[in-house]
Design a protein around this ligand. Sequence first.
Ligand SMILES: [Zn+2]
Length: 267
Amino acid sequence: MALDSGGDTALLLGHEDVPPVHEVNTEGRSPFLLTSDHYGRLIPRRLGDLGLPASELTRHIAWDPGIAGVADALAKHLDAHLVAQRYSRLVIDCNRPPKALSSIPLISEATVIPGNEGLAREAAELRRRSIFDPYHQRIHDVIDQRLQNGVPTVLVSLHSFTPVYAGIARPWHIGTLYHRDTRLPPLLLKLLRNEPDLVVGDNEPYAVSDETDFTIPMHGEARGLMNSGIEIRQDLIADEAGQREWADRLARILGEIETTLRSQGLI
Ligand SMILES: [Zn+2]
């Protein structure tokens, strides 16, 4: 296991590492701006395997399985701009305030992360500067540009959740996650609940808060944008067929929402 504890504050990402930000449809015309904080599970080469076996690095503690396929397909369907992050949430969680303990987790579910133990402050800052900051700066800049150009912008943050957490099975197929926006979440909930085959979580399995989230408070609420998180259960999007099916369904529902928002003069 090769770990760099960060005494050298050069770059965390070397030539062999890809940039953290992945984008689809940078010129997309949809009002929906899609984000995906837990899109990928890459680890910068300098951090080795964080002291974990592959079986841990491929499961939900490392990323949101299935959401990458849904996010890419949904962006294409809607002609929406997607900004996503390719590195594992075990390196740094892009949906946690950097000062939260869970930003660079010492333990996730019941797994201890050896590569995150005793991390020097400089090493934590290096992860932030190399991965967290470029991702959030990009979202910030995209929103700036859209607002400057008068482009309607509705933030949708895409996630997936594990069907069983700490031994408890979760009944929902999909959940909406929100906090302060009172416009988009009720519309989304209503249309999801019209789907006869779905069990829909209302702020389940998680709710958004300033302490446990970053993307919605920072880019949705602080910018005054309509916003919601969407969480899809991972067993439903484990393969390409499931990912396509859910992207189709969400494209249809978000399309209806766009029509409603336009008719109400909200976008
Ligand atoms: Zn997530």
